[in-house]
Ligand binder design. Structure first.
Ligand SMILES: *Cc1c(COP(=O)(O)O)cnc(C)c1O
Length: 384
């Protein structure tokens, strides 16, 4: 054999029994088959065997299986980000003429997709009060195909009565999807509370270090998985094995990080509750958070993100001074990593409420909370 041909047809030399504790990074688009009769082309490789890298390498499938285990799902699909996970759920459940319900407090790009791509395709997405509970039944129509929950809500942190919404939905044969990113898929048991499809941005707590973008979509049962799979395939939601490898590493320290973040975040949130500049602290474990009693009933803990609402007497310019006086808190979007973050929302309206320029979302990182509290006190002093 010519040496050039030999480079492409090597005899593998390294022993194959390297028992690392870490899952290898499997790169690969093509997988080869033993013979023509064993060629297959299935998006469901966990059940049917490997067919093509687009539907996950072993690194991605290992991550999916571990998430399924801790969430109590039937199966999980790994996708390029949390927003891709949201898109997959919409397209799996909604077609032209469908009606869907999404809380006012949902993640911004979820609502943007509702008003943008989905509306263009003839799918009507209606916003509802996140605290509606079982009264959601009055909004369900014959063509309602999907009800989204997100609890707590993005930025305004409303805790939803997911079991009541799921009961009302299931009475009419409607599927319930949950954005379970805040709870990292574990602090709220989606399937025990009646959810059919639970997604999360692995970008946040599973990744945990602000260095990857991934999402997951977990199905309660085979029926939900069969609805998601073909759309997952048609949208071509391939993920990088390197990112999956980082997420697998992140999973190993998730419990330690979450425990530490919960304690630090509570300490910081409590330190802000009595400040004269603050109207309310929206942290699920504080009674000032809308839906706090539901959080006590349904969640096993809280995590690292919460919001503070300045009093109306504090001007938007003063809130900006506050943000810019912070030294340990970086100004940035996203959350769930090791660094503390702060960001103000210049335009933030909810029905009957205008929080524009007054609401600051904080993400607490792994810095010592006493240092963060000193930093915040310095920023309050800088308000003027
Ligand atoms: C960040 C986030 C997403 C989107 O995740 P990406 O990985 O950034 O696409 C979705 N939902 C919630 C609640 C989020 O906070």
């Amino acid at each position: 054999m010519d040496w050039r041909t030999k480079l492409l047809n090597p005899t593998p030399r390294a022993r194959r029994d390297y028992a690392s504790l870490a899952t290898p990074v499997y790169r690969g688009s093509t997988v080869v088959f033993e013979d023509q009769s064993s060629v297959k082309d299935s998006w469901d490789q966990a059940d049917n065997g490997y067919s093509y890298g687009l539907y996950g390498t072993p690194t991605a499938l290992e991550l999916a299986a571990r998430l399924s285990d801790i969430e109590g799902a039937h199966r999980t699909l790994i996708v390029p980000g949390g927003q891709a996970a949201i898109a997959l759920v919409y397209f799996a459940y909604c077609t032209a003429g469908s009606h869907a319900l999404v809380p006012h407090s949902a993640y911004g790009p979820n609502k943007e997709m509702a008003e943008g791509i989905l509306r263009g395709l003839g799918i009507e997405v209606e916003a509802y009060d996140p605290l509606i509970g079982e009264s959601i039944r009055t909004l369900i129509r014959d063509n309602t195909a999907l009800i989204w929950c997100e609890s707590p809500g993005s930025v305004t942190m409303e805790i939803q009565d997911v079991p009541a919404i799921a009961d009302a939905a299931h009475a009419r044969g409607v599927a319930v999807a949950l954005d379970n990113t805040y709870a990292a898929g574990v602090m709220f048991d989606a399937f025990a509370h009646g959810v059919d499809v639970s997604m999360q941005a692995l970008t946040k707590y599973v990744g945990g270090h602000s260095d990857l973008l991934l999402g997951s979509v977990s199905a309660r049962d085979g029926a939900a998985f069969e609805k998601l799979g073909p759309v997952y395939r048609q949208l071509g939601l391939a993920v990088s094995p390197d990112d999956c490898s980082l997420a697998l590493r992140g999973l190993q320290t998730l419990p330690v990080r979450l425990a530490h973040l919960e304690a630090s975040t509570l300490q910081v949130a409590h330190s802000l509750a009595d400040r004269s500049e603050i109207e309310a602290v929206f942290h699920p474990a504080l009674p000032t958070c809308p839906g706090h009693a539901t959080w006590q009933r349904d969640f096993s803990g809280s995590t690292s993100v919460f919001s503070i609402l300045f009093k109306e007497s504090v001007t938007p310019a003063q809130v900006e001074n506050f943000i810019e006086a912070l030294e340990l808190f970086h100004i940035g979007l996203s959350w769930g990593g090791v660094h503390s973050l702060a960001v103000v929302y210049p335009r933030l309206e909810r029905p009957g409420k205008d929080y524009s320029g007054r609401l600051v979302r904080l993400n607490i990182g792994l810095e010592q909370p006493d240092d963060l509290i000193v930093d915040l006190a310095r920023a309050f002093a800088a308000i003027g």
